[in-house]
Design a binder for this molecule. Structure first.
Ligand SMILES: [Zn+2]
Ligand SMILES: [Zn+2]
Length: 404
């Protein structure tokens, strides 16, 4: 459901390589049909990591041979302390056998795992965490996109104000939090309660082409144990930072009503007493507002030992912006594949390729990527499910580059 038909192991592997990603989550491990497909296509490589079987390997030279880790997200909807809670949690496992066992455990309780790859369960997050550790003590349990208004541990609509209220005595077993597309580490640094957690970012892809729009950088052994230690804060196998969306580009940065065309800053929401001036109902309170409400430090505060991060824009969006055309146009495709053939994986182009070489290849794209790396972008923030709109080039500059 809500996922591209291209989301199969071969295409996930192919796109991970094109993006420059070493490790990709399988997603959806609770689904029996998907586990069958994973078994048909994957074999264990390093302990706890999988690779595509040789016969399914595409013939693309010089591409990283991406590994898979067994992952899945579970949506829990339940009542706790008098309120309805809706929380998404991410679970990583060291094997398909562990995925079989946890799925069997959930099904034995009458949970329906068949209708959706991300099942919706009437199961308390705390109970889910307990059961996960019972079945697999090495499981990695991560609260997903922690600020999303409707479905997350701190969400404004159905989340908690304290992480301990959700996970109780298991809270110390959580070592990492997923910040989600609408927030970045700098926003999270405003709240001291989060200081002890590693902040990670994942692409929430739904389509293999969206892989790597956010990512986590590891300097660690390529194995499940290496990953686990890095997430626990180990100094040798370490988490080296994240690649982020501009948080304003996320779907829930500001407050508002998409259908009413109302986008509010937190101040504007306060001025309107939290109500939409068009329909009179409560506006959807976005991530920026929610973090500000829980924060105990100003934006800009940097805690000691804070991990570095870099804000990026997907290359196709940059090309579409530069050439003033939609992302799904032939023009964007042509320039995109030309750049990938010339300079290698997308994340390398966005982060590392020499600007002069890019400029020689395409002067407008070179300028745009240079601006991106310097954070010189203009953004109309997203709100209530509407993605933000980001731009690196002005109408005037397009004329100078003779772009219509
Ligand atoms: Zn989710
Ligand atoms: Zn409204």
């Amino acid at each position: 459901m809500a996922t591209s038909k291209l989301c199969d192991p071969v295409n996930l592997h192919r796109w991970a390589g094109l993006k420059g990603i070493t490790l990709v989550g399988t997603g959806d491990f609770t689904h029996g049909g998907w586990r069958r497909e994973l078994r048909e296509n994957l074999v264990e490589a390093e302990p706890g990591f999988y690779r595509l079987r040789k016969e399914h390997q595409p013939e693309i030279p010089d591409q990283p041979d991406a590994r898979f880790v067994i992952s899945g997200e579970i949506s829990s909807i339940y009542k706790k302390n008098g309120r309805t809670r809706k929380v998404h949690n991410l679970i990583l496992l060291p094997s398909l056998e562990a995925a079989d066992a946890l799925s069997a455990k959930l099904e034995s309780l009458g949970m329906n795992l068949h209708s959706d790859g991300r099942p919706i369960l009437g199961l308390d997050s705390y109970r889910l965490f307990q059961m996960t550790l019972d079945v697999c003590p090495e499981a990695i349990f991560i609260p997903a996109h922690i600020w999303t208004p409707h479905f997350s541990v701190f969400g404004s609509n159905s989340g908690f104000d304290l992480i301990e209220e959700c996970y109780e005595d298991l809270t110390p077993c959580i070592s990492a939090l997923e910040t989600g597309l609408s927030s970045d580490p700098a926003m999270n640094w405003q709240w001291s309660a989060l200081d002890r957690f590693r902040l990670i970012s994942n692409s929430d892809a739904h389509n293999p082409q969206n892989l790597g729009r956010e990512a986590t950088v590891f300097e660690a052994e390529l194995s499940y144990q290496g990953l686990r230690k890095a997430l626990q804060g180990d100094a040798t196998d370490r988490l080296a930072g994240t690649v982020e969306f501009f948080p304003e580009e996320g779907k829930y940065h500001y407050d508002g009503h998409r259908n009413c065309g109302i986008s509010f800053t937190p101040e504007q929401t306060a001025q309107h007493n939290g109500l939409c001036p068009v329909c009179g109902k409560k506006v959807t309170v976005g991530v920026f507002n929610r973090i500000t409400a829980l924060a105990d430090r100003p934006l800009g505060f940097q805690p000691e030992g804070a991990q570095p991060f870099q804000r990026l824009i997907p290359l196709k969006e940059i090309i579409g912006d530069v050439y003033n055309v939609g992302v799904n146009t032939r023009k964007v495709d042509t320039v995109y594949w030309a750049l990938l053939r010339e300079f290698g994986p997308e994340l390398v182009i966005l982060r590392d390729t020499d600007i002069e070489r890019l400029t020689q290849f395409d002067s407008a794209i070179g300028m745009a990527i240079s601006r991106l790396r310097n954070g010189q972008v203009s953004i109309i923030p997203g709100y209530d499910g509407q993605y933000g709109v980001i731009s690196v080039i002005s109408e005037e500059e397009r004329k100078q580059f003779r772009i219509k």
